[in-house]
Design a protein. Structure first.
Length: 330
């Protein structure tokens, strides 16, 4: 039998207690304190599940709600406070999981739409170096994640139509971008108003199956491996030590790992292997590119030859400095 926490009610779960199978309705709350445990919880629109320091959400929690960019009370929310742990949370449309300083989310599944405090999703927040952490999250189907200052996403997977935004001071490590999109730095134009956030860092990202990584506004992407996706460095974005590869079937059937350096973008120490390609547009800079591929990675651009490094532009191309071209490279 399902237990219900209704509007105006608060269920405390304290040391040594375990509560299973509760549904939290709008205006209701469950507060899990040190030594307390909940599992198989459903939080509906307007309900809240709090995991305090030493408290545990053991899994199979589902967050539901209504995406309403005016009224946050319509979200189904779980808030993981410092020292709290939540496992296997399922965030559906209108649900939001907020992991604050020192909180930990394990293996969350984000399937909602919307972004931020008003739209729901997975939010990692905090102060520099002590923010919330998500490990092993899966983001898909229109879902969005926001990683703010001090927040860290480790070993997450971004699938088709999933989006992760790394704001200033946030970081993403060992991510798999498999058909989804990772933005390191942030730019959004909404109803004529521009929102942007300088900075953000990504380390050891793997891009495949049409995945997209955009680096901009002071964002830094280090050690990425691009098999058959697209990494783009926009103004103020930097890529360091990326490896570009691809998937080869025949000379007429292959997918390229592509790195685009737009005006104001910069790459350092890129290695182009197999059938990868780097394209530097006017105003972009590539330093120390190492080219080891066979030339399959890139068709002719603006009258040039096929190859792995192209400098393009309508009135003058991008800049490549200190490139090393090995046997078979172009």
């Amino acid at each position: 039998m399902t237990e219900v926490v209704s509007a105006g009610q608060t269920l405390p779960v304290t040391n040594g207690e375990t509560s299973t199978g509760y549904t939290v309705l709008g205006g209701g709350a469950i507060v899990v304190s040190s030594g307390g445990t909940v599992s198989t919880t459903t939080v509906d629109s307007g309900g809240v599940l709090y995991i305090s320091s030493g408290g545990t959400d053991a899994g199979v929690t589902t967050l539901n709600g209504v995406v309403n960019y005016v009224n946050t009370n319509e979200l189904g929310a779980e808030i993981v406070k410092p020292g709290g742990v939540a496992s296997d949370t399922s965030i559906q449309s209108g649900g939001v999981l907020i992991v604050a300083d020192g909180g930990l989310s394990l293996s969350a599944h984000v399937n909602n739409d919307g972004l931020g405090d008003l739209g729901g999703g997975l939010i990692l927040s905090g102060s520099d170096g002590t923010g919330g952490t998500a490990s092993g999250a899966t983001i898909s189907g229109g879902a969005q994640e926001a990683v703010f200052k001090g927040g860290t996403d480790v070993s997450g997977t971004i699938l088709t139509d999933g989006y992760s935004y790394i704001f200033s001071g946030g970081s993403a490590n060992d991510m798999q971008v498999d058909g989804g999109e990772l933005d390191v730095g942030f730019y959004l134009s909404l109803s004529g108003k521009v929102y942007s956030s300088a900075g953000g860092k990504a380390t050891d990202v793997v891009v495949q199956s049409g995945g997209i990584v955009d680096v901009l506004f002071g964002g830094v992407d280090s050690g990425a491996t691009d098999y058959n996706g697209v990494i783009t460095d926009y103004v103020g974005g930097t890529d360091i030590s990326a490896t570009l590869s691809g998937v080869y079937v025949t000379s007429n059937n292959y997918s390229t790992g592509l790195l685009l350096v737009s005006s104001g973008g910069r790459t350092t120490g890129t290695t182009v292997t197999s059938i990868g390609a780097e394209v530097v547009s006017k105003g972009g800079v590539a330093v120390g590119t190492i080219i080891e591929n066979t030339g399959y990675g890139l068709p002719p651009i603006e009258g040039g030859t096929a190859g792995a490094l192209a400098l393009s532009g309508t009135t003058g191309g991008g800049i490549a400095s200190g490139s090393i071209i090995s046997t078979g490279g172009q």
